[in-house]
Design a protein around this ligand. Sequence first.
Ligand code: BMA
Length: 371
Amino acid sequence: MKLLLLLILSPLTFIAFSQPVPADKNATKETINLYHNLKKLLDKGFMIGHQDDLAYGVGWKYENGRSDIKDVTGDYPAIYGWELGRLELDHDVNLDSVPFEKMRMFIKEIYNRGGVITISWHLNNPLTGKTAWNPAPGTVAAILPGGEKNELYKSWLDKIAAFMLSLKGEKGEYIPVIFRPFHELNGSWFWWGGKNCTPDELKQLYRFTESYLRDTKNVHNLLYAYNTDKFYSRGEYMERYPGNDYVDVLGFDIYQAYNTASNNDFIKLAGNMLSMLDSISTENNKIPALTEFGYGGLPDSTWWTNVLLKAIAPYKIAYALAWRNAGFKGNGSSEFYVPYKGQVSANDFVKFYDDPKTLFQKEITKENLYH
Ligand code: BMA
């Protein structure tokens, strides 16, 4: 008995049995629960998600309860992406015209039914005042402490903090969010990406941003996602990694047609990346995810089961998030990444939905991810 007690209390035993914790050591109870449950979920399958799913789809906007994924499958996605670009400028709507007030309501609705929320931020370039796609050299250095735009950047983070802290459930608890700032960080199209700053500057920016939100603004309902674009080696993936103390989710973005030519190319490229992500995540005890994907216009009627599912099924990922169904634009072009009713890949999407590995809202509600 004494021996047993000794074993239970010994610090070594404690270390051996203590579970990893989120990057934010003071994360709220619901955020910690989400973190552990996302890890457990890896053995079951992957949540399928969609950017702006409840706000609009192909041919409609702001229709109560509507979702292109629900129109096709009868069920909502399990995870939803939202975007804060232009919140930093005090605009009422984001860069894709979604009102922040509506976004807040959608997020509460999703949380109430047990769904998961992830948020990106295509923030403007704080140095030039132009968009996120203005890769002016020196921008990252300018917003770090000591830089001429650090105060401005902090005032932008104040607005992000206020938004995150305005997300509350029915008991007043903060709604957990997977925040993925500075996404596609190895590509050079955003001011924070690729050759537009040094790897060390990006690491400093990531750490500064997180410490400011967490320790200065007391935001404790965030899990943090580190997110590259396509990559070809572990070295490339980790080159800008801010460190295990700053990251919970490891992911990358991939688009067919844009990043790869054929179906086989996509399966191969995604497979190579997922296999590297799998081992990096296991070694660092992180949650792997496909943070953004798509095949614009979905011209292939069996893409979901014949390409995407084949690419991801052999690997463990917590979720895969399809990009937004912006719909038809004035110039006759269109942008969408999940089928709408009648779209050529809609029937195949239902097969994809029926696959035991893909998890949508009905399955995820049962998982009680916040408890
Ligand atoms: C891009 C496109 C744009 C959009 C931007 C930010 O991939 O969807 O239309 O403005 O993302 O959400």
